[in-house]
Ligand binder design. Structure first.
Ligand code: FAD
Length: 543
């Protein structure tokens, strides 16, 4: 069975969505929806998914990109959540080791006492996550710190605790799960917004949707509907029940990227903000990204919540306290993104204190709604949703078949360096390019390079074959889909992203039959988007 989400096949896909009733239709193509589509397909259900914008265009492309148990939630007493997500790290690694890169996380300490305090917490965390001996934490003294993480200020930090976490590429984890579902007969359409529910005998019997690329109206029939629309679940719940109470507390999280030479860290480093929150400093190719904020967001679910100057200043503040670098300013920032956490409201608690647990409801018309949770726990959340789907379908569901079979690109032993070395030998791409490609595409990187090994621009890391792959296998339908969520150039390739737009659009135009006007519009739209991401740099302090 093909794992292609190809855009050129879209008319056939839309026909197939209307042809027959499904067991299940999932609304929302973030990690929650993608995980549910995969789980349903593994259990032999006929299942389809509709995403209003692009796959992962919501919160699932704006995270810190950590597959982690969330050590800080231990302090909040959320032991069950930490245990579950800590255990899930290994599962995600086994399914897609390229999308769960094993990393050492460095926690600087000023004193031996500070170090011991942290080690006690991490010991509990490792027990909960059944961490193997080779992956257990250790510490560095001042000499080791100077050798292994030389950017840290030696006058301030004399020790560090070092422990294991996993780094993902969130949007690509979504795509990999969708494509795994397709291998099992699932269907998924991006740019297809659900506008209402079909009804029979007072129950939801499918969805009414509109293809945003063609304007075509779609009637997708299904015996069960799952609302996995993240920050947008409430709008859908109100389509089912206008009186549905509000359940979410939306919180905004901002990350910013600095050029790697501006903040030359070698590992993920945890720093504390001025108000004692933990923040991550994460090296990724040519940039280092830092985040995140956690502030109540009262404007409702937005596709592009604004990155404000105050967010950026907050995120940058700790850096000169931790690192021996000139104080970075908003003008040094080369990329920025904001996402909205769909947290389950807990009145009286600030966003940082609210539990990251998920919750599932069955509505009056039998729509199953899931909200909350974390990227890391997506697989377990999908399992829980299946219990409710079984209730709505009024029949037990079989266990998932081939649950452990790797996601597309994940069929290797987890050694990314060896995989990159093989790619260099097989295809002749340069080592830095290979290192990037295997992190994005895993074992499929060779096929991507096979489609076109020349960089889109001299000096750019993005290859022409990635455009073909994005369109042919991953349903990229706009330049924004390509730049933000397939190649991730918007986040990590800031120097090339402006000049990258024209050659990338030209290649997409050839593949998708765009005329010159459409091509220019795509370039202008994406350039505008990228400029707005950095709009805070133009705003005056406090303005
Ligand atoms: P979304 O990704 O928002 O997906 C919902 C989708 O539904 C959207 O794509 C939207 O377009 C679509 N939709 C809405 N309405 C409709 C409609 N009418 N029809 C069709 N589709 C519709 N978790 C971790 O595990 N690790 C981390 O490091 C981490 N860091 C984070 C950092 C930040 C700043 C934030 C904000 C979150 C972070 N999280 C992290 C949490 C994690 O990102 C979220 O829990 C997860 O991405 C939520 O996914 P989702 O699929 O529920 O929502």
């Amino acid at each position: 069975m093909s794992a292609s989400l190809a855009t050129p096949d879209r008319p056939r896909l839309l026909d197939a969505l209307e042809e027959r009733p499904f067991d299940l239709v999932v609304v929302g193509g973030g990690i929650t929806g993608a995980g549910i589509l995969r789980e349903a397909s593994l259990r032999g259900l006929s299942a389809a998914l509709l995403e209003a914008e692009d796959f992962a265009s919501g919160t699932s492309s704006r995270s810190s990109k950590l597959i982690h148990g969330g050590l800080r939630y231990l302090a909040l007493g959320d032991v069950a959540l930490v245990r579950e997500t800590a255990l899930e790290r290994k599962r995600v690694f086994a399914l897609a080791p390229h999308l769960a890169e094993r990393c050492w996380m460095v926690v600087p300490a000023r004193s031996w006492a500070g170090l011991l305090k942290f080690r006690a917490g991490i010991g509990t965390y490792e027990k909960l996550g059944a961490v193997e001996a080779a992956d257990r934490h250790f510490h560095w003294n001042a000499d080791e710190l100077a050798r292994f993480e030389p950017a840290l200020r030696r006058d301030a930090w004399r020790f560090a605790c070092v422990y294991r976490e996993y780094l993902t590429e969130d949007a690509r984890l979504v795509l990999a799960n969708l494509r795994a579902a397709l291998r099992r007969g699932g269907l998924a359409a991006n740019h297809a917004a659900v506008e209402g529910f079909l009804e029979q005998d007072g129950r939801a019997a499918g969805v009414l949707a509109r293809c945003r690329l063609t304007g075509r109206e779609l009637r997708v029939r299904a015996r069960c509907v799952v609302n996995a629309a993240g920050p947008w679940i409430e709008a859908l719940r109100r389509l089912e029940d206008p009186q549905a109470p509000s359940v979410l507390h939306l919180s905004k999280g901002v990350h910013v990227s600095l050029p790697a030479e501006r903040l030359p860290v070698r590992h993920i480093v945890i720093v504390n903000t001025s108000d004692k929150r933990s923040m991550f400093v994460i090296p990724r190719g040519d940039v280092v990204y830092v985040g995140t904020t956690d502030t109540s967001y009262g404007r409702g679910a937005d596709v592009w919540p604004e990155v404000e100057r105050a967010d950026v200043e907050y995120v940058l503040e700790p850096l000169s306290r931790y690192f021996d670098v000139p104080k970075p300013s908003a003008e040094d920032v080369v990329a920025a993104w904001a996402g909205i956490r769909p947290l389950i409201a807990q009145p009286g608690r600030s966003p940082s204190e609210i539990s990251r647990r998920d919750e599932i409801w069955i509505g009056p018309k039998r729509v199953v709604t899931i909200a909350g949770g974390k990227l890391t726990g997506y697989r377990r959340m999908a399992e829980e949703v299946m219990e409710r789907v079984a209730r709505v379908l009024e029949r037990p569901l079989p266990p998932p078949a081939d649950e452990d079979s790797p996601l597309p690109g994940g069929d290797f032993d987890g050694d990314l360096d060896a995989l990159a070395a093989r790619l260099v030998t097989q295809t002749g791409v340069e080592a830095p390019a290979a290192a990037r490609l295997v992190r994005l595409y895993g074992t499929e990187a060779a096929a991507v390079v096979g489609l076109g090994a020349t960089p889109l621009l001299p000096g750019s890391k993005v290859l022409s074959g990635e455009v073909d792959w994005a369109v042919g296998e991953e349903a990229a339908a706009s330049l924004e889909d390509l730049i933000y969520r397939r190649t991730r150039a918007a986040l990590y390739d800031p120097l090339a992203r402006e000049t990258l737009l024209a050659p990338a659009a030209a290649r997409m135009a050839a593949l998708l039959g765009w005329d010159a006007a459409r091509r220019e519009r795509e370039i202008a739209d994406t350039r505008g988007r990228l400029e707005r991401d950095l709009g805070f740099a133009r705003a005056t302090r406090g303005g």
